[in-house]
Write a protein of this length. Structure first.
Ligand code: B12
Ligand code: SF4
Length: 574
């Protein structure tokens, strides 16, 4: 159904689910943190874990691409959401949620019905894939797949109009070892959604119909968007939220060509599959400015089951990437159907043995509605007794596996992360090493053109700044092996860059900050709740331009108070 809102510009509230996050309560679980690395990657590394929050990016894409008065409410409390619904006079309320947050979405829909009975309720995001969700949650529309074109069509606007990319930080409140990252946070770049590879377990590939929908279809469009965002935010670094960025080789090469032509050398953190990386070429990745790549290696014992990994020497690939200064996040899947305790240990050893900078271990989870979900459903393996809040892939198996019952899966995940930490040391140490390796290799490359000169300069800055954290890493070393590695890496860095008295002092400063952070976590616990962020967009003004959004972030612990954005920005980085 397309609604007519000719009488006035529609008023829309788009909200993420309410907090608190990462606590065991009626709606959520302690495992569902709003922190990517601390939740799923560096979680076993204690004080050395990476800490930051990501916004609900999809909401900003929707808001920026319709002609309507839109409020985006990110990380609200239940009370804050209810207040916005009661006071906002909204025609529509869109709720974005994932499967684990289904019960929160249901509660929010009930709040809307109670406080704004005339408003339409629209459900979107990955939770919309849950079978029968429209019967379970009182709503008017369930949007499965890409949301911008749906919302435009629903509002009677052109679904095919070019997509306007919002200007957003990729992360908030970033800190490692309690040391805040003072640089402006990398910006978000979303070239498109979905992936054509269709790996059976992959939620995103299936949610978007095993298709790739580009938001930015050419290298030139990517470059122009990156330039606009970078100029507005004052940083040339991007977190690229695209499932398999190098899969479209021509587009990535087009971006590289545009950067070289314009002499503007952006840097990127990307996700990509091993086959796409190999096809694109590692030296091209250096030129492109890839600082970090997330690769799904999944399982050595079933490499052939994933076409993306077939015939690739994973260990060599990781080694060659790190040698080029490209940090690698390698992810693997535990408790797959073929796994026995023995073959699973082989897979953990394989992942750890890749010696990547970061690893992710997740339990195989038949997320609705993937090919794997359908297959498990057909074979009666789905754990329908397990509440959806527990389908997060960290402690419980959502399907019946003969070899891993009870709390065995959780223990495997914990052991795997611990093994990686003890064998490979903290991820920050590994990333300092990668930066230094990249610098050494590039500085000894005989012929460097303008692009490689720029990359060398960036690599040097990264290595020089990051090595300042080595004293803090030493202070919290997991074992004597890590202490020894810190000492050797520190000497290597000093031989390359020297060490000024100021840098020595900064190193001591990182130790002080890390101890403060340790104290904070001991006294107040390890959880950090993201602050509520309210962003208001006014629809198309008379001149045809969509006016800039204004953001409000409440102060720490006072989720209902709004501050002027300058103050909010100051709090956000602290
Ligand atoms: C960033 C991210 C996070 C951030 C959270 C950000 C936030 N503020 O919510 C962090 C790192 C904290 C996180 C945590 C978790 N995440 Co997460 N996350 C992602 C990730 C990588 C990117 C999402 C994104 O921004 N995409 C880009 C935007 C543009 O796309 P989009 O969000 O899909 O939005 C589009 C459509 O979905 C739609 N849409 C979205 N919302 C709405 C709303 C309306 C009203 C409409 C009409 C349309 C619509 O329109 C948008 C434009 O087309 C995705 C994977 C992925 N590649 O998408 C996983 C993903 C969403 N996460 C997932 C999971 C499982 C989790 C965790 C449970 C992980 C864990 N094991 O602990 C936790 C849960 C945390 C919690 N308490 O909610 C799953 C969800 C599976 C599912 N089917 O539900 C995904 C798909 C990863 C995966 N492949 O398994 N996550
Ligand atoms: S390659 Fe990665 S993003 Fe693509 S379908 Fe497979 S797991 Fe999903």
């Amino acid at each position: 159904m397309t609604v007519s809102h000719a009488r006035k510009r529609p008023r829309i509230l788009l909200s993420g689910v309410f907090g608190p996050f990462g606590v065991d309560d009626a709606f959520g679980r302690k495992e569902n943190l709003m922190e990517l690395f601390h939740n799923q990657v560096t979680k076993a590394q204690g004080v050395a874990s990476f800490r930051f929050h990501h916004r609900s990016f999809g909401l900003y894409f929707l808001a920026d691409n319709v002609d309507a008065d839109v409020t985006v409410l990110d990380f609200p409390s239940r009370r804050r959401f209810a207040r916005e619904v009661r006071q906002g006079g909204y025609d529509m309320v869109g709720i974005s949620f994932i499967a684990t947050n289904r019960d929160k979405a249901r509660e929010m829909a009930a709040i809307v019905r109670r406080l704004a009975p005339a408003a339409e309720i629209i459900l979107g995001g990955h939770g919309a894939a849950i079978e029968g969700v429209e019967l379970d949650i009182d709503c008017d529309h369930v949007v499965r797949g890409e949301g911008i074109s749906w919302l435009r069509r629903h509002l009677g606007q052109d679904p095919e109009a070019p997509i306007r990319h919002p200007v957003l930080p990729s992360a908030e409140r970033a800190s490692i070892l309690g040391v805040p990252l003072l640089d402006t946070a990398a910006s978000l770049l979303v070239p498109g959604v979905g992936c054509v590879n269709g790996c059976s377990f992959c939620s995103t590939s299936h949610f978007f119909g095993r298709r790739y929908t580009p938001f930015l279809a050419t290298g030139e469009e990517l470059f122009e968007t990156a330039r606009r965002v970078a100029d507005r935010r004052g940083t040339d670094t991007f977190f690229v939220m695209d499932e398999n960025f190098l899969k479209d080789r021509e587009r990535a090469l087009g971006l590289l060509e545009a950067m070289e032509r314009h002499r503007r050398f952006f840097r990127f953190h990307i996700f990509s599959s091993a086959e796409a990386i190999t096809a694109f070429g590692l030296d091209n990745m250096v030129r492109l400015g890839v600082d970090l790549v997330w690769i799904g290696f999944e399982s050595q014992s079933r490499q052939s089951a994933f076409a993306k990994n077939a015939g690739i020497d994973a260990r060599q690939l990781v080694h060659d990437l790190r040698d080029r200064g490209i940090a690698v996040l390698a992810s693997g899947i535990l408790c797959m159907e073929h796994h026995t305790p023995d073959t699973m240990q082989d897979d953990v050893d394989f992942l750890v043995g890749l010696e990547p900078d970061l690893v992710q271990f997740m339990l195989l989870t038949p997320v609705p509605v993937t090919e794997l979900y359908r297959d498990h459903q057909r074979r009666g393996l789905l754990r329908t007794d397990l509440p959806l809040q527990d389908w997060h892939g960290q402690t419980h198996l959502a399907y019946r596996h003969p070899a891993f019952a009870g709390d065995e899966p959780a223990r495997w995940v914990a052991r795997a992360f611990r093994q990686d930490y003890e064998v490979n040391s903290s991820s920050m140490l590994r990333m300092v090493e990668t930066a230094i390796r990249g610098y050494e290799r590039l500085s000894s490359t005989a012929h460097r053109d303008e692009c490689l000169e720029a990359r060398l300069g960036q690599c040097e800055r990264r290595a020089r700044v990051w090595r300042l954290i080595l004293p803090a890493i030493a202070r919290h070393a997991v074992n004597p092996l890590e202490l020894e590695r810190v000492r050797r890496l520190g000497d290597r860095a000093e031989r390359l860059f020297g060490l000024t008295p100021w840098e020595r002092l900064a190193g001591s400063g990182t130790v002080a900050l890390s101890l403060l952070w340790q104290l904070r976590t001991r006294l107040l616990g390890d959880r950090i709740q993201p602050r509520t962020i309210v962003t208001r967009y006014r629809g198309r003004a008379g001149d045809g331009a969509i006016t800039q959004p204004s953001s409000r972030t409440p102060a720490r612990g006072t989720a209902d108070r709004e501050l002027p954005s300058a103050a909010a920005a100051a709090i956000r980085v602290g």
